[in-house]
Design a protein around this ligand. Structure first.
Ligand SMILES: CC(C)(COP(=O)(O)OP(=O)(O)OC[C@H]1O[C@@H](n2cnc3c(N)ncnc32)[C@H](O)[C@@H]1OP(=O)(O)O)[C@@H](O)C(=O)NCCC(=O)NCCS
Length: 307
């Protein structure tokens, strides 16, 4: 199994209103995806840009998470054209904004909900897994199909993508269950030394060893590794001090998947993914042996850290 995670900070000033940026939308989305985003902005004849933004950032995060997953599967990054990563959309609802939805009823199960108020209400309405039926979707790229799940709050969107070692999920089928050994977490983090280079360097020297430091290129990059250390060590039942993320050979800042070492040994059998945006950091872990170490008969669920 392979995993990829992406977080988008919805409070980033550049996030709001981006669905109205036609050039950006045309560059990163397929025609169908763009139409789905636009539909949210116009439902019921009301303008609801927050809902359109939310759809855009869910699609964006799904594509980024899928890109990271595909990079791991293929042993290197594929060319990253966002539009070439296709997200399977929920069935479009024929009816515009329904009074039923406003009254808290579902017009049709699985349809995206509409909303009529401001940004928070929009995010609230869409926090429901009904954004996608079952809260999951599929992303395809070339011959690869990846499952993706979303965790949405008014502050941020998280997309988590995963795939079997062979990359074969049936397109058009239901998104498969996540592997039982998939763990992930998201948190708002303090950014050590943000805006103060000397403080950042002092923090890095104090908290990261020589093998890790080349990969720690920013306060967010440091913060996500500290969060991942905590989460990964807990998932593995290890002491936090045993988990490290040494820079990979040929490391390129911000362009290289993380490597995990446990008790001083690199663990190519573990797939870790990291993401940071604004004050949010997110990590995911799965065993990447061919069978993922999973018990196919066991209960499959996403294990969010702390839950
Ligand atoms: C991977 C990528 C999509 C993530 O970008 P992002 O959304 O800005 O950043 P995120 O915080 O979500 O993710 C960054 C983390 O992803 C991981 N990562 C980087 N490249 C990765 C890859 N190819 N596969 C898996 N994980 C990767 C790293 O851990 C990184 O953390 P770090 O910067 O602290 O080392 C981006 O860095 C990238 O490589 N884009 C491709 C660029 C490209 O092909 N451009 C075409 C011409 S412009």
């Amino acid at each position: 199994m392979f995993v990829g995670i992406d977080v988008v900070d919805l409070r980033d000033p550049r996030a709001a209103g981006k669905a109205g940026d036609e050039r950006f939308v045309a560059r990163v989305l397929s025609t169908q995806e763009a139409a789905w985003v636009r539909a949210a902005a116009a439902e019921g004849g009301r303008t609801t840009p927050a809902a359109a933004d939310l759809r855009l950032w869910c699609l964006w995060a799904a594509k980024e998470a899928a890109f990271k997953t595909a990079s791991r599967m293929l042993g290197g990054p594929p060319p990253f054209h966002h539009a070439a990563f296709r997200v399977e959309l929920p069935a479009a609802r024929a009816e515009p904004a329904s009074t039923a939805a406003a009254a808290g009823e579902e017009a049709s199960p699985g349809a995206p909900r509409t909303h009529t108020a401001g940004a928070d209400a929009a995010a609230e309405a869409h926090r429901s897994p009904l954004l996608w039926p079952g809260g999951r979707s599929l992303v395809t790229h070339g011959g690869l199909t990846m499952a993706v799940a979303f965790d949405v709050s008014p502050e941020r969107v998280v997309a988590l993508a995963w795939t079997a070692a062979g990359g074969a999920h049936a397109p058009g089928g239901s998104p498969p269950d996540p592997p039982p050994d998939l763990h992930w977490g998201v948190e708002a983090a303090a950014l050590p030394g943000d805006g103060d280079r000397a403080a950042f360097e002092a923090f890095t020297a104090a908290h990261f060893d020589a093998a890790e430091r080349p990969a720690v290129h920013s306060p967010a990059s440091a913060a996500v590794r500290l969060a991942a250390r905590r989460g990964v060590s807990r998932a593995l039942g290890m002491d936090e001090r045993e988990v490290r993320f040494p820079a990979a050979e040929g490391h390129r800042s911000g362009r290289t998947p993380p490597v995990v070492a446990v008790a001083g040994h690199e663990r190519p059998d573990l797939c870790v993914s990291l993401s940071h945006h604004g004050r949010w950091v997110a990590w995911a872990l799965v065993g990447c042996e061919p069978d993922g170490g999973a018990d196919p008969g066991g209960p499959a669920r996403l294990r969010k850290a702390g839950s």
